[in-house]
Design a protein around this ligand. Structure first.
Ligand SMILES: [Ca+2]
Ligand SMILES: [Ca+2]
Ligand SMILES: [Ca+2]
Length: 352
């Protein structure tokens, strides 16, 4: 290559490549986050609870981590730290360091991967996973932050290439310790509002366990003063559920019924105001098939051709239909069909 050709090659190929390389943005891999499995924890005074530190979106190959966690030791007391069986280093040979304390509210802990005994190869990991689980005792009512120090000395992740630090950000957490720990509730009660005598309604009761521990809810449901259902429901802490049962109105005379549900207090429960719930809409037990009148969809205590005509308009509607009216599903089978129309005709001219 003579000088002129080389000069042209340098100017046309090398210089643009060089400029191009430097003009390209440096790809940031600083998307790794060290945080907690939950952003906030609730704990009952006098009980033990776990806090797990996790890594998210680790893009580099990591061989070592170390973290420092600070908290208010007047609220929660450190008891133990360990690697959960499904931690990010699971299945590999691991060496842990610590825990070490600067004061009762500051724990330092870490782990590193060892080379495989047979192959001598040191494994590494990336992705997302658990680092360690701290066990705390909830000593006193109050709040504390869970703060992960993000300083080179106390908290870091190490990459296997040249033992370099992997950049990451931290998202801190918090703990609320309180004594309100057992609290069950009935939040809602729903039934169709019109029930043909001797026919059925699905009654849905919404229940909650606002406490932290799993509870067995002993629930009773009444229509006026008559017990219509009794059940025990196991519900995990901080969760809600719906319970549906079939209510048969055979033993009820014509008239309005008020539905209400009650859950018995559980051990140590103090908030009893939410342990019962009354349906806002009374349920009318009437002549089967009396579902309408001059006012469409409003019963008038007599079954006649107005009812039959109304049922024919709603023929073949289901709960998914825009004009679904559960009161028109007299036999409670989930569709307004010829059976419902037949019930209305069978009760033609019957009064309450
Ligand atoms: Ca309660
Ligand atoms: Ca009617
Ligand atoms: Ca039906």
């Amino acid at each position: 290559m003579n000088k002129r050709v080389f000069g042209a090659f340098f100017t046309l190929i090398v210089v643009p490549l060089f400029l191009c390389y430097h003009a390209m943005p440096v790809f940031s891999e600083d998307t790794t986050v060290m945080t907690f499995e939950r952003s906030s924890y609730l704990a009952a005074t006098g009980t033990m609870f776990n806090v797990t530190v996790v890594l998210k979106d680790l893009s580099k190959q990591m061989v070592t981590w170390q973290l420092a966690l600070s908290f208010d030791s007047n609220v929660i007391e450190y008891r133990n730290v360990s690697l959960p069986s499904d931690n990010i280093f699971a299945g590999k040979d691991v060496l842990t360091g610590g825990p070490a304390f600067d004061d009762p509210g500051y724990v330092v802990f870490g782990a590193t991967l060892l080379p495989n005994e047979t192959t001598g190869v040191r494994p590494s990991v990336n992705g997302s996973g658990k680092l360690c689980t701290f066990e705390f005792f909830a000593g006193n009512t109050g709040n504390t932050n869970l703060t992960l120090a993000n300083q080179p000395v106390d908290t870091f992740l190490i990459e296997n290439v040249d033992e370099r630090d992997i950049p990451f950000t931290v998202l801190n957490g918090s703990v609320h310790v309180d004594t309100f720990l057992a609290d069950v509730a009935v939040s809602n009660l729903f039934s169709k509002s019109l029930l043909g005598q001797n026919y059925n309604s699905n009654v849905t009761v919404s229940i909650e366990n606002q406490g932290l521990n799993t509870e067995t809810l002993n629930m009773t449901v009444y229509a006026n003063l008559t017990l219509i259902n009794q059940t025990n429901i196991v519900l995990g802490g901080q969760s809600a559920s719906s319970y549906v049962f079939n209510w048969n109105s055979t033993e009820f005379s014509f008239g309005n019924c008020t539905l209400w549900a009650y859950v018995a207090p559980v051990t140590n429960e103090t908030d009893l105001a939410d342990n019962n719930c009354t349906s806002t809409i009374p349920v009318h037990v009437g002549v089967p098939g009396d579902v309408s009148s001059a006012a469409p969809g409003v019963y008038d205590q007599v079954c006649n051709m107005k009812d039959v005509a109304y049922l024919i308009i709603l023929f073949n509607t289901r709960p998914s239909s825009g004009n679904w009216n559960s009161n028109a599903d007299v036999d409670n089978n989930g569709v307004v069909s010829m059976i419902d129309i037949a019930i209305s005709i069978l009760n033609f001219n019957k009064h309450e």
